[in-house]
Design a protein around this ligand. Structure first.
Ligand code: SAM
Length: 336
């Protein structure tokens, strides 16, 4: 019986984790969920307990996940019950109907990530590309990089970490919350992205400890006019997508890594293997020594591995040069 309670609570935790983070519903074990409901002494109460950890969860009531997603979840839940002849409880129908008749289209929605007993909340823009930037949504590479950081806190503890193309700041928040860096600087070039990340820092201010987390404008195409402090670790996720930006991005990594003993970790969703090869070749030409890391399995963060997500660590393998030298060499890259 104790074991059964444990199983049910594990099942509800998994449902909650998937729903609140707005992750793909394929991560839900519907078969087990329905089996649990059907074998309960009180199937209505069992259905309601699923509603309590999803649509009626306080985090969702305060900061709702995407409306479409909530509708799809409830529709799927109802059809799974109906398909096996189980009576659907009234509150489940009610919650579905409420979401069918919602008014204004949503501009923003939220995702909640349960990490070490704390809930990290991210506000996202509802369309993936908005205001000319891809940075107002959380990308799969950002989820995988966050997972990797959670598995490797010792490499980040006490370090000055800088993130390039930070988007909404999930990785920065996750590292700040769990990996004890000395400081974390979230950088991006887009003003709307920086405003959104500031908002996410505010949303999570209660759970962030005394770690120094800040945002800074950093444009890879203007790296030599950016004043940079010492950085020990550079992180970046899903920034390798536009070949026109490769020279500037490679120069940025080189500039940050050639002055210190720092290393970088980069997560890339591999949509086009040739694009990634081109980028890695350019890094190699700048004396950056690359090692491929194993992509962790989705545990805390639920991301798809199709297309694959590849992770690389690299550090400068040449002689340490002063900033001016690096600047003049890389200036050539930027012009061709
Ligand atoms: C696909 S998004 C990835 C966001 C985030 N890293 C994630 O994984 O969710 C790419 C990010 O790179 C940023 N970016 C694009 N070009 C940039 C540039 N020239 N300098 C700095 N950031 C740039 C975008 O604003 C956006 O936030």
């Amino acid at each position: 019986m104790v074991e059964e309670c444990g199983d049910i609570s594990n099942l509800l935790t998994k449902i909650q984790k998937c729903f609140l983070s707005g992750s793909n519903l394929k991560f839900l074990d519907w078969e087990k969920t329905i089996e649990h409901i059907r074998s309960s002494r009180d199937p209505v109460e069992a259905q309601e307990s699923v509603l309590q950890v999803t649509v009626l969860h306080p985090s969702n009531l305060l900061y709702p996940v995407k409306e479409d997603y909530q509708r799809t979840f409830l529709k799927k839940f109802i059809s799974q019950l109906e398909n096996c002849g189980e009576e659907v409880c009234e509150s489940l129908y009610k919650e579905y109907l409420v979401r069918l008749s919602s008014g204004e289209p949503q501009q923003y929605h939220h995702r909640h990530f349960l990490i070490n007993g704390k809930t990290l909340t991210i506000q996202e823009h509802t369309s993936i590309v908005s205001g000319g930037t891809t940075g107002l949504a959380t990308w799969e590479g950002g989820l995988a990089l966050s997972e990797w950081c959670l598995h490797n806190p010792s490499l980040l503890r006490g370090r000055h970490v800088l993130e390039l193309g930070c988007g909404l700041g999930l990785t920065g928040l996750c590292v700040s919350l769990c990996c004890h860096p000395q400081s974390y600087t979230l950088t991006d070039h887009h003003p709307a992205v920086l405003r959104a990340v500031e908002r996410n820092l505010l949303l999570n201010r209660e759970i962030l400890s005394d770690i120094v987390v800040k945002t800074e404008l950093l444009d890879w195409e203007d790296i030599y006019n950016t004043s940079l402090k010492d950085v020990d670790v550079v992180l970046a996720a899903d920034v390798v997508f536009d070949e026109r930006l490769f020279p500037a991005l490679v120069a940025t990594f080189h500039h940050l890594l050639s002055k210190t003993t720092s290393f970088a970790v980069l997560a890339c969703t591999e949509r086009n293997p040739q694009t990634l090869t081109t980028f890695l070749t350019l890094l190699g030409q700048k004396d950056l020594e690359i090692e491929e890391l194993e992509c962790p399995k989705p545990e805390t963060f639920l991301y798809s591995l199709s297309p694959p997500i590849r992770l690389f660590s690299f550090r400068y393998g040449g002689q340490t040069r002063c900033a001016d030298d690096a600047g003049s060499t890389d200036g050539e890259d930027r012009h061709g």
